[in-house]
Design a protein around this ligand. Sequence first.
Ligand SMILES: [Zn+2]
Length: 105
Amino acid sequence: MPPTSKLNLRLPVDLKEQAEALAQHMGLSLNALCVMALRSQVPYLSRTYRPPPVVPAGLQAPTAPPSSAPAVSRREHVPRVALNAPCPCGSGQKYKRCHGAPGVR
Ligand SMILES: [Zn+2]
């Protein structure tokens, strides 16, 4: 096992319940499911997320309206696992054919 370090997370209750149910269904601990979710999303996000350009304070237009919506996500639903990746449940099927299939949670 690679070196690990602890992370204390605050999760929305609905997300935690959903994640716990999925973890139980997959025979995983909640910790393992969180690691899996981060492992699948962080490389994707680091490839695709572009932070807004940093404008030096002196160059900002004084009349610039405050940006209202955070530009972090354009999609409402981001799959936890890439659809064509092997399903983490170990079935050997693609995630989209297994636990990622519509209606299966
Ligand atoms: Zn599966």
